[in-house]
Design a binder for this molecule. Structure first.
Ligand SMILES: CC(C)(COP(=O)(O)OP(=O)(O)OC[C@H]1O[C@@H](n2cnc3c(N)ncnc32)[C@H](O)[C@@H]1OP(=O)(O)O)[C@@H](O)C(=O)NCCC(=O)NCCS
Length: 168
């Protein structure tokens, strides 16, 4: 049976829910990104973007909405960013033990429904150019490459990404 997004995902608001995201992020990112970008950059990015304080600030001050299915998957979207009517899919992660079971599709369905509810007609994201499996996933779900982006994230690290988008 396919996972049903609305029933399985909690909107992240409390410290306990943030802790559930932090723990999933550490596990998934180390597993997935160390071979792609190395342990030092992964540790730097986890601290900068997925620490409890960083997530709390993103939710409180930066318009992020996080959703989590504890121990399995999480999502962050930023509606109306960088302009009204478009939404940034900022994070989408499924635990390695649960990948290829339909969870990614379920998380994306939740993101797309949330966008429609907020009258956002485009969902966009960035993905590391070497993250080929995830690029294939996005293309399978109807996203298309719309450009290349190189972003300096400090400490000598850069993100070398594709921008991808889907019209809803
Ligand atoms: C990318 C990710 C979110 C996909 O989630 P998932 O639960 O494995 O994907 P699903 O099982 O829902 O797959 C949905 C569709 O995408 C396809 N797909 C998923 N991963 C794929 C891959 N690595 N290569 C090719 N196709 C893939 C599936 O075959 C499926 O197609 P189908 O339903 O038509 O058969 C997940 O693998 C993940 O978290 N990866 C590591 C972290 C990451 O890179 N996140 C994105 C950061 S930009």
């Amino acid at each position: 049976m396919s996972p049903e997004p609305a029933e399985l995902f909690e909107r992240v608001e409390t410290h306990a829910q943030i802790a559930a995201v932090v723990s999933l992020a550490r596990e998934i990112w180390k597993h997935h990104y160390v071979p792609l970008i190395g342990a030092a950059q992964v540790d730097y990015m986890l601290e900068r973007y997925q620490s409890p304080a960083a997530i709390e600030r993103q939710i409180r001050d930066e318009g992020y909405e996080y959703y989590v299915a504890r121990g399995t998957a999480y999502l962050a979207i930023v509606p109306n960013h960088p302009r009204p009517g478009v939404a940034h899919l900022n994070k989408i992660y499924v635990h390695p033990a649960k990948q290829r079971e339909g969870w990614g599709r379920a998380v994306m369905a939740l993101a797309e429904q949330r966008c429609r509810d907020l009258a956002c007609g485009e969902l966009w994201l960035t993905v590391n150019k070497r993250n080929t499996g995830s690029i294939a996933f996005y293309e399978r779900l109807g996203f298309r490459k719309t450009g290349a982006l190189v972003t300096d994230i400090g400490e000598g690290y850069v993100m070398d990404d594709w921008r991808m988008a889907k019209t809803l």
